[in-house]
Design a protein. Sequence first.
Length: 254
Amino acid sequence: MSTDPNSQNIDYRSTFNVARVHNALAREQPERVAESRPVSLWITLGAIAVTALAFTFYGAQRGTGSGDSLNYNKFGSSYQPRPPEALVPETGGAGVSLYALGEKVYKGKGCVACHQPNGQGTPGVYPPLAGSEWVLGSTERLAALVAYGLMGPLTVKGQQYGAAIMPAHAPPILTPKEFAAVLTYIRQGWGNAGSEVSVEEASAYLNRTKGRSAMYTEAELKTIPDDQMLGGAAAAPAADAAPATTPPAPGASN
Ligand code: HEC
């Protein structure tokens, strides 16, 4: 027990000096308690602001480096994408025969997959084009079935077909020039001796029939006379009569 009244070692049981006891208690440190408090709102907002500024600055400094706005064109700002060229250019190509262009179309736009490179088709499924009466007869009828497609039973060179359909090839699948070229090619390829189908005839036909969506059937095709040629109703008899008398080849093939 201490006798010095100023001693720090206070025996509370024996000390009645209230001031001393309170002073001693007041010197005690508050007990430390573990607690989790949310991060200050200001620190949170500050961090977001700094991040946003950083990205803005980063974005502004990237790009072409010359102060232009951000340019994602990795080929350079003068690069302009070009659509793929038409298989057969609508203009130019002078000196190249429709037949040669038509061969490109036949092989490049899918006919060959079904009718085969030799024009013989696949027995029972895809009819032959070589020697076919549908190819060598009326060009109006031929244009109709190639442009708008064909379905249902069909007789070609005495054989029955109809298990598959002939898809439509009107624009935009073929351009008018490609259309004329491929019709010319199948009328003159593999020993066929049909006349050419001109670009003018093909364009006129496609314009005249534009908007049709129904596929042809054999019955509807047969309503087109076998001697009806493209080139307009008035021009047809004259155009038809002239080749029929001059070259014997088209007549022989029919
Ligand atoms: C997906 C296969 C397929 C493609 C591609 C196709 N055809 Fe056909 N084609 C057929 C079928 C099948 C028929 C017979 C349809 C029927 O029986 O009703 C046919 C019929 C024809 C006929 C009339 C019958 C004959 O043999 O003479 C012609 C002409 C013809 N196609 C030309 C073409 C041309 C030209 C192209 C390309 C522009 C072409 N076809 C693309 C499947 C195809």
